[in-house]
Design a binder for this molecule. Structure first.
Ligand code: ACO
Length: 320
């Protein structure tokens, strides 16, 4: 049986950090106190106009490949999770493949909003375990600043741009121990960008809209439930989890989830203060931070969890 494990991680945040004070200076009717108290967010990064998701993905991928000791030519599968693709088509994965100089890999995008990375990682795992592919580049990359309504102070202060990547390879030892992906389209309208390209024009609102309180309750419930589901699937007690790396939407969602799981916040990786919510990029960015600063070590039990529009949610439990 082929297993698979993460052999390298990388992350990239464009430009200089933009503080809550900077947003006020740019004319947003908010305050550092409001944003920091309600969300834990203090900074986020925004891509330059000429930078696309594939550009951010390229930087993160190069770092992940370097950490794994691999070159772009070794990669036979590229999956990019994004809700802010470079263009309608081709996929951002194909644009990334071109920028990497790889001409042989299977390449496609996955769209599950803030759950996108755990969806993409789970899909990649299934390709590798089937034996059809050996070395996958799995990326979450977003330029959410492009789809924010700057007149809606309840949402525009929450998000940032960035990319995170991992190299996932076939291995004799696990690796990924369990994964779970869920969706319930009944909740499609509590977080959405309803616009579409139609007959050469944009039809409907092409900017993000959200029912914040509904999202909050939903996220806490499913992040807790998925963590329990994954530990049970792997036959492990909850207290054997070394690190929870959840989607970084809001510090209060993370604290409530940890409380539900009876898990100390010392075991929860949080980057929301410095990155804001980077949607599909948030989990691999947070993973990369904790790997590079030495908190996550080989052999640790690590749970990655995502939740986002759709609604979609899920997780991946791994022995790092
Ligand atoms: N600055 C100052 N005041 C603000 C701001 C702001 N940026 N935004 C809203 N307000 C005001 C509102 O106008 C309102 O004022 P009023 O009472 O005079 O009418 C007041 O603050 C309360 O507004 P609410 O929207 O009710 O605020 P709430 O307490 O629900 O907090 C928040 C909003 C932070 C978005 C919260 O609902 C939340 O954390 N939700 C989770 C959603 C989330 O994190 N989504 C991320 C994307 S989803 C995902 O990634 C899974």
């Amino acid at each position: 049986m082929t297993f698979c494990r993460i052999t390298g991680t990388g992350g990239y945040l464009p430009g200089a950090p933009v503080s809550n004070h900077d947003l006020v200076a740019r004319g947003i009717d908010t305050s550092d106190e409001w944003v920091a108290e309600r969300t834990g967010i203090r900074f986020r990064h925004f891509a330059a106009d000429a930078e696309h998701s594939s550009d951010l993905a390229l930087h993160a991928s190069q770092k992940a490949l370097e950490a794994a000791g691999r070159s772009a030519a070794d990669v036979d599968l590229i999956i990019v999770a994004t809700s802010t693709p470079d263009q309608v088509f081709p996929s951002t994965a194909c644009m990334l493949q071109h920028k990497l100089g790889n001409r042989a890999a299977t390449a496609f995008d996955v769209q599950a909003v803030c759950s996108g990375f755990v969806y993409a990682l789970t899909v990649a795992e299934k390709f590798i375990r089937s034996g059809s592919h050996k070395c996958a580049l799995v990326v979450g990359a977003e330029v959410f600043s492009r789809i924010l309504d700057w007149n809606d102070r309840g949402t525009c202060v929450l998000f940032g741009d960035g990319a995170g990547a991992v190299v996932l390879e076939a291995s004799d030892e696990p690796g990924i121990l369990a994964s779970a992906l869920h969706a319930d389209g009944h909740y499609h309208d509590i977080l959405s960008v309803p616009g579409q390209v139609c007959n050469g024009a944009i039809s409907g609102k092409p900017l993000l809209q959200m029912d914040g309180q509904a999202v909050f309750k939903f996220a806490v419930r499913v992040l807790g439930d998925t963590a329990v589901e994954l530990m049970q699937a792997a036959g492990l007690p909850l207290d054997s989890l070394n690190w929870l790396v959840p989607h970084q939407a809001n510090i209060r969602i993370l604290q409530s989830t940890a409380k539900r799981l009876n898990l100390s916040m010392e075991h929860v990786v949080t980057t929301v203060a410095e990155h804001g919510n980077t949607s599909a990029a948030s989990v691999p960015l947070a993973l990369d931070v904790a790997v590079r600063d030495g908190r996550i070590k080989r052999g640790d039990h690590v749970m990655l969890e995502g939740v986002g529009g759709g609604f979609t949610w899920g997780g991946v439990l791994l022995r790092y």
